[in-house]
Design a protein around this ligand. Sequence first.
Ligand SMILES: *Cc1c(COP(=O)(O)O)cnc(C)c1O
Length: 434
Amino acid sequence: MHTNIIEQKGMINMKTPFIDKAKAEEIAAQFPTPFHVYDEKGIRQRARDLNNAFSWNKGYREYFAVKATPNPFILKILKEEGCGVDCSSLTELMLSDCCGFSGEDIMFSSNVTPKEDYLKARELGAFINLDDFTHIEFLDKLCGIPENICCRYNPGGSFAIESQIMDTPGEAKYGFTEEQLFEGFRILKEKGAKHFGIHAFLASNTVSNAYYPQLARILFDLAVRLHKEVGVDIKFVNLSGGVGIGYRPDDEQNDIFAIGEGVRQAFEEIMVPAGLGNAAIFTELGRYMLAPFGHLVTKCIHQKHIYKEYIGVDATACDLMRPAMYGAYHHITVLGKENEPCDHKYDVTGSLCENNDKFAIDRMLPEINIGDILAIHDSGAHGYAMGYNYNGRLRHAEILLHEDGTFDMIRRAETPKDYFATFDFCDILDKYTK
Ligand SMILES: *Cc1c(COP(=O)(O)O)cnc(C)c1O
């Protein structure tokens, strides 16, 4: 009886992988596990839904947060869907440049910004989003103040939605205080800036349709006051990232149309009456755009029976860091066993010499055999991107699954030569670098 209820609940809220066992085996025959696979169809549909949800705003644009999935083939898909890019470093700017993004296609939202990063952003004509008051002078001395400029706002204190604290901006390193923002806009205007943007990122991975509308109210109020008191043209309001996804099967998922409508209402109430109805809404979503459309695909290579039951897989925290770093839940499907009962309790682990290298702890799964292929869900954002080489582990390939079921490699796997490449200035490792 009890199991029945769980099974039923599981059926309603099941997380279904976008590949089946046959497809995973077909890919693995060419590109051995572990690999990341991305669902092109899902990515395009999500971009279209987002653009539709904000189509009421003339200048609306999503600037995809490159750091979430810094792959040129993914960026090109998003470009075709009308998105720009949000960069925060020199190499992200270089990558975006090579993918054909330029000028107002690029939002440069960095912090603790090195000189060369600002110079590249300026060269590409990107929107520059200043993180701090002192960066006004830093940028001015370096390369002058551009006509378009944006500043990041930090309201301090804590940020609550319906009296539930979502995050504490007062503890965050980002942004200008309100006083600095007013003073900063005055100075920027004096220095020749003509069109202004404001930006804030107050809570991460929110699963609430109220986050963006509430953030929008804060920024719209601020925009109206800046417009009146400093007399600046407000060109855009950048709601940044933070719209999340439900990682657990029974988590709520955001409704992007409800979110777009909530922002529209705030815009009509606050911006339009103040004469700011022409301002554009920008977003810089990363996780929401990509996370559900990536799976880390890995094979069971060992089983261990000690005080607990362990499933050893060929991926490690180097391939997906979130569980080890944040204790984050990532759903796991044993491919080909989607309909079998989850009656075995396992820890699913990688091979790092770190006990936190576990993709799941005490997870109820179907019986797993050596050779079974596991799909780890929701790894399309902040997955490969946060990868690293600890324990000499090599980074895996990325595969793009097209709408017609064909697939292409969009990043090759590393080889030992890549791992040793930074020793190519000396001869010690010639055996492996030459
Ligand atoms: C990380 C980041 C984003 C994207 O955040 P998500 O939570 O992935 O949507 C957007 N803007 C800035 C400035 C960021 O640092």
